[in-house]
Every structure is written in structure tokens, then in C-alpha cells.
Design a protein around this ligand. Structure first.
Ligand code: C5P
Length: 218
């Protein structure tokens, strides 16, 4: 059977990771969360106390960093950082880090390697437009800002984070702005992507919609 490659893009809180994980399980393929990779680099920069203007130190840090996914968890230099990367301190800086061309260059290369030779569903901001331009299936998930902020807020509170709804709205709007206006590979729907607005749809509905697209193509 030929490999299936599914690219899922969209703004923060549109449901990309929740939906991609379920689709991966249903199709028995690998899920790769590229946002987690940008978050892991950002976490390391914060922990080391490096300022975002200190380009030389960030370049050096990139060369000394190892990122891996094992059983759905993300490892930064062999440490499981799956929870730490979700903190608001990381969210508030990640889009500035992800706008740096040399950071993208390094992570995109890693992402392409991870996706070669196997069937994957990969989510992010530039997967259909850049990382996996030849993907068989491209999905662009959207939802209203209010709905996305509500989902993210619920998720953060359930995980015990001390955040307000306003913090989350500000974070989402700020990241949307930086992600869609940066010079290198901004967040944008690929011309050949299918757009799904998830605002008033259940997770199951969206998963089923994607699976039926996969079945049509495959
Ligand atoms: O997907 P998630 O919201 O966790 O991504 C965190 C951030 O990483 C995004 O807001 C964006 O700045 C960056 N990102 C990116 N390109 C990707 C995936 C994520 O620039 N492919």
C-alpha cells in the first residue's frame, strides 16, 4: 500500500491536535505535532535565560538540541517535556521563535525526515504550503476566535494552569497575528486544501469528515 500523507494546518485552538491524534489512531498511522517542536525549542531558550534578540546563542542552542517523539510524548534532549511546553510562558514566546528563519530551516528538515518512508498525519501552520507540499490530503481547520479561546481555556484549566480567559484570548490573537504575517512560510490555507470550520461541529463529525476524504483519495 502506498504511504498516506495528511497535512493539517490552521490557527491555534482550531482542534488540529485533538482531531489529528484520533485520525492517526483510526488509520493506524503516525501523528506528528510540529507545534510541539517549536514549543520545545522555546522552552529551552527560556530555561537558559537567552533573550530572543541573542541570535548567535539561539543558533548555537539549535545545534546542540535533540528533539524526539516517543509514544506520543515529546522529548527535549532526552527529557519528557510534554507538559512543560504547554505553559503560557512558552505560548507567549513561541511565535516569535517560530518566525526566525534559521529555527524553521532546522525544524522543517527534521519534520520532512520524520515523515519520509511512512504514513503520517502532521499538523502545524505551514505543512500543506511548505513542509509536505506533496501531501495526498490537505486539511485547513478553522473556528471563530471566541470558540478557539473557550476550548484552549477549558484545556488549560483542566490541566491545573492558573490562567484567565483574557490571558488565553490575548495569547491566541497575538499568535494568530504573528503566525499569519511572518515573512517565512506564514499560516495560510494551501490552494488545494479542504477547509473545515469546526466552530459548531463535534470532534467526531470532523474526524469522520477527514476519514471520508482519505477514503475517497486512497
Ligand atoms: O500548534 P501549536 O499551537 O502548539 O503551535 C505553537 C506555535 O508554533 C504556533 O503558534 C506557531 O507560532 C508555531 N508553529 C509554526 N509552524 C508550525 C507549527 C507551529 O510556526 N508548523
Amino acid at each position: 500500500m502506498k504511504n498516506i500523507v495528511i497535512a493539517v494546518d490552521g490557527p491555534a485552538g482550531a482542534g488540529k491536535s485533538t482531531i489529528s491524534k484520533i485520525v492517526a489512531e483510526r488509520l493506524n498511522i503516525e501523528y506528528i505535532d510540529t507545534g510541539a517542536m517549536y514549543r520545545a525549542i522555546t522552552l529551552k531558550i527560556i530555561r537558559k535565560g537567552i533573550g530572543l534578540e541573542d541570535i548567535d546563542s539561539i543558533k548555537k542552542l539549535l545545534n546542540e538540541t535533540h528533539i524526539d517523539f516517543i509514544n506520543g510524548r515529546i522529548y527535549l534532549d532526552e527529557e519528557d517535556v510534554s507538559e512543560d511546553i504547554r505553559k503560557i510562558e512558552v505560548s507567549s514566546k513561541v511565535s516569535d521563535v517560530a518566525a526566525m528563519p534559521f529555527v524553521r530551516g532546522k525544524l522543517v528538515e527534521l519534520q520532512r525526515n520524520m515523515a519520509s518512508l511512512k504514513s503520517v498525519i502532521m499538523d502545524g501552520r505551514d505543512i500543506g504550503t511548505n513542509v509536505l507540499k506533496d501531501a495526498n490530503i490537505k486539511i485547513f481547520l478553522t473556528a471563530s476566535v471566541d470558540e478557539r479561546a473557550k476550548r484552549r481555556y477549558k484545556e488549560m484549566i483542566e490541566k491545573g494552569n492558573d490562567v484567565t480567559f483574557e490571558d488565553i484570548c490575548r495569547d491566541i490573537e497575538n499568535r494568530d497575528r504573528i503566525d499569519s504575517t511572518r515573512e517565512v512560510n506564514p499560516l495560510k490555507k494551501a490552494d488545494d486544501a479542504v477547509e473545515i470550520d469546526t466552530t459548531s461541529k463535534s470532534i467526531d463529525d470532523v474526524v469522520n469528515e477527514i476519514i471520508s476524504i482519505v477514503k475517497k483519495v486512497g
